[in-house]
Design a protein around this ligand. Structure first.
Ligand code: DWN
Length: 408
């Protein structure tokens, strides 16, 4: 099944999109499925592009949000200990900088970021479209509303609860195709001195590392400081701070306020200058990126098939959303990768989207270590390698593919 519509104009500014490559036919990154569902799987073409006007990196085709974020959504932030620690530090940073009385989070997932505010009795509200993850947030004492954030919801929240001192988001804004609706919603809900703080995978880091697996249906956009500044400007909002983050393989925290309401820190000019030097607006940068993706695919497929031909057992570690792009782009299936170990109960016993590799509990990994494990959760490398020392001690080797294909 297919059916997504291909866009030729930027979702933010309407200028012409310049597509530079295709990752081919792709299923939904988190649509882990049972064999009975194989024949009715949904596919679209994964084709990234850069906007010739505001420089916003985006995919040209995207399935409807309701198809991706629903009551069976399979991603829970709490699956990573280091991310839980990161969100604790993020919440404390917001408290120190802005001391808010009312915090709204866009896409609060299982409530891990708002929990710190909830525990301290700060008025808060998480807007989360997937009812199952919102229910987990509620269990942790976080107040939620099951909805997609946009201008109408923002106005409604303001009417019922008042203006927000801080609107927060983490790894969410890049998922929302109606990005102008987000900007309008922020403008409608923020108090006069309020700030919108959000962090997302960073385009500069993705280009630097060649981490093409950040591109999939849920990630409609990969932001840069330049595209964020341009996005909010027409709504009377201004980018006042950029803070690089190590999470998800290289992210950026952006702070946006009403134009003129707060000082613009020097981090903005510095980040814009670095982006210019990196060539984030130049076509050649994306030509190189495409060539790097092709080389990476060739090397990863070559390595895995060579190991399999020699009779080695190869499994995958962490059935991440990102792995869907890698597996489908590379055409790796169950003959290449025996299974993928994953700690999320909702994914276990199912099969990977498009490539139909079994997803098994972590115990299947430790019970009988494979010879090689592809590190699909490369963004959690320190955490994973730290807890899997017995695998290495048993002679197991990691197959990494970011920033390049290598054995470790
Ligand atoms: O933006 C998004 C990010 C923040 O999270 C989403 N659209 C969905 C998701 O992306 P992802 O699936 O690529 O996220 P992670 O955090 O890289 O991977 C999570 C998956 O990895 C889970 O299925 C759990 C699994 N995992 C594991 O099995 N063992 C993770 C760790 C750290 C582990 O030790």
């Amino acid at each position: 099944m297919t059916g997504a519509r291909e866009l030729s104009a930027c979702r933010a500014c309407g200028a012409q999109l310049r597509s530079f490559m295709s990752f081919g036919r792709m299923p939904l990154a988190n649509a882990f499925l049972a064999p009975a569902e194989f024949s009715k799987e949904y596919f679209y073409e994964l084709k990234p592009a850069l906007c010739g006007g505001c420089g916003l990196f985006q995919i040209t085709e995207q399935p409807a949000p309701e198809q991706m974020f629903h009551p069976q959504y399979a991603f829970f932030t709490r699956t990573s200990k280091s991310m839980v620690a990161h969100f604790g530090a993020y919440a404390r940073w917001v408290q120190t900088q802005f001391a808010p009385n009312f915090v709204v989070e866009v896409g609060c997932n299982d409530g891990v970021l708002l929990e710190t505010f909830a525990r301290q009795g700060v008025q808060h509200l998480g807007i989360e479209p997937s009812a199952n993850v919102a229910a987990v947030a509620e269990k942790h004492g976080v107040r939620t509303q099951v909805a997609f954030f946009g201008e109408a919801v923002a106005r409604d929240v303001r009417t019922r609860h008042g203006a927000a001192d801080v609107i927060l988001a983490a790894n969410v804004i890049c998922h929302i195709p109606d990005i102008r609706g987000v900007a309008a919603g922020v403008a409608a809900l923020l108090g006069p001195k309020g700030v919108f703080v959000f962090e997302e995978p960073y385009l500069g880091a993705m280009i630097d590392k060649g981490s093409y697996d950040q591109i999939y249906d849920e990630h409609v956009f990969i932001f840069s400081a330049q595209s964020v500044a341009a996005l909010f400007r027409p709504f009377g909002l201004e980018l006042i701070q950029c803070l690089p983050q190590p999470t998800h393989g290289g992210s950026m925290r952006y702070v946006v306020a009403r134009a003129g309401a707060r000082p613009v820190t020097e981090s903005v000019a510095r980040t814009l200058a670095l982006e210019d030097m990196q060539g984030l607006q130049r076509s050649e940068t994306y030509e190189h990126f495409r060539a790097r993706c092709e080389r990476n695919r060739e090397q990863l497929v070559g390595l895995v098939r060579d190991l399999r031909a020699k009779g080695h057992r190869v499994v995958g570690y962490a059935a991440t959303s990102k792995s869907t792009t890698v597996l489908n782009y590379c055409g790796l299936g169950p003959d290449d990768i025996e299974f993928i170990s994953d700690t999320t109960p909702e994914k276990q016993g199912k099969f990977t989207p498009g490539t139909h590799i079994p997803v098994r509990p972590h115990e299947d990994f430790t019970r009988r270590y494979p010879d090689f494990a592809v590190l699909f959760g490369w963004n959690h490398e320190a955490e994973i390698l730290g807890k899997e020392q017995a695998f290495a001690a048993a002679g197991g080797k990691w197959i990494k593919f970011v920033p390049g294909v290598q054995l470790a």
